[in-house]
Design a protein. Structure first.
Length: 115
C-alpha cells in the first residue's frame, strides 16, 4: 500500500499529515497489508522551523512506529497537476530575457533504505 497524502492550499499540512497517518496505518493493518510505502519529502525533519517539513516528519514517525513493514520514500522534488512549480518556472523564463542551455550530465542516484 502506498500513502501519498498531500494538502490543498486551504488545508494546513499540520492538519493532514500527522492526523491522516494513523488513519492510513489503521486501514492498512485492517486490510492485512504487509508493507506500507509513504511518500514524504527529502527535507522532512523535526524542529526545523517549517510546519510542512515537520508535519511530513510526524507522518513518517507514525509509520515507523507501526507494526507494518515500511518504506519511506523521500524525493527531493515532486511536481504534477495542480502544483505551482512549472507555473513559476515558465513565468521566470518569460520574465528574464536570458537563454539557458541544457546539456546532458551524469546524475548519481541515491537508493533509499527500506526496512
Amino acid at each position: 500500500m502506498t500513502s501519498t497524502e498531500g494538502t490543498r492550499p486551504e488545508q494546513p499540512p499540520i492538519a493532514v499529515h500527522p492526523k491522516g497517518g494513523p488513519n492510513v496505518v489503521r486501514a492498512a493493518e485492517r486490510a492485512g497489508v504487509q508493507r506500507l510505502a509513504l511518500v514524504s519529502l527529502l527535507r522532512a525533519r523535526p524542529d526545523c522551523g517549517s510546519r510542512y517539513h515537520e508535519s511530513k516528519w510526524a507522518a513518517e514517525e507514525i509509520v515507523r512506529r507501526s507494526q507494518l513493514e515500511w518504506t519511506v520514500l523521500k524525493p527531493g522534488m515532486m511536481f504534477g497537476r495542480g502544483d505551482h512549480l512549472l507555473d513559476h518556472l515558465s513565468r521566470a523564463l518569460r520574465a528574464f530575457p536570458v537563454s539557458i542551455g541544457v546539456r546532458p550530465r551524469r546524475v548519481d542516484l541515491r537508493p533509499s533504505r527500506t526496512r
